[in-house]
Design a protein around this ligand. Sequence first.
Ligand code: SF4
Ligand code: SF4
Ligand code: SF4
Length: 290
Amino acid sequence: MYIATVDFCACGGCLNSFLSVGEPLLSLLGEHTISFSSLLADRRNISPSDVVIATGGIRNLEELDIAREVSRTSRKVLAVGSCAVHGGIPGMAPLSEEVASLGKDSELPELLEEVEPLDSCMNIDLYVPGCPPTPEVLFEALKSVLEGYAPFHYDGTVCSECIRRVERKPVKSWSAHPGAGLPPEDCLLNHGLLCLGPITRGGCFAVCPSRGSRCMGCRGPSDMVLSSQLHSMHSDMVKFVSLTTGIKENKVEKVLGGMLKEVYLFTRCDPVIRSKANEKLQDGRGGGPS
Ligand code: SF4
Ligand code: SF4
Ligand code: SF4
């Protein structure tokens, strides 16, 4: 088969994670041909391929044209990384007027109003979220497509993979960073850290909380959020925190109101949840934790 990697508005982290697979990747690719790749092959033009590993979202008109052409000439496309699946961190850019004006009076390709996830203009066969997805998840996804079997679907949340245990108890104060001496078995939420594990798709084996950092939600909304009526990561987070801490939902709203950019850091441009995110972010209450 002919395999290509194509990068749109991407930082290169996803491709690096892909290359980090190492020996198993070489064995898997050994039977196939790299038709185009900025890192793996010296080719100037993207040619029709059987499998395309696409990273990044669509940020400008040039990328939009390339994406449509790749979609038209490829058999299967994997959307790899949160930028490709949800728009990712570059999706926060339209919030700055300075960035929105770039490209208007220059030779740079004209910017779109919003960063678009790849499925806005391409047929996607498999979504592999994460910023970046782990090498293991990426390898498994590519293998499943090349060998024609159904990939594993991570339908649980990050909490379901976390070694920390949540307790129903009040939070004294909220902060962005863990203090020293946090017990390894204690849930970060119980210590006032806005860990997004309860609303985020698992598959990373809770790598951040297990090292004492809160989950920032890079794997996007869990199946539970997507199947809920509102598709609102914010509402589901409020409900979970309220249940966990015993604090009333309207009071939790006030705390989380100052952390909305955090909740939608990777997903603001996802059409499924963007209306909810915009409604919240544009009312002037967005911001990072203090
Ligand atoms: S998902 Fe993360 S690692 Fe991948 S291209 Fe986007 S910012 Fe980079
Ligand atoms: S909220 Fe965070 S720290 Fe707590 S169990 Fe879930 S993932 Fe682990
Ligand atoms: S714990 Fe959260 S932020 Fe960290 S890799 Fe997993 S999904 Fe991403």
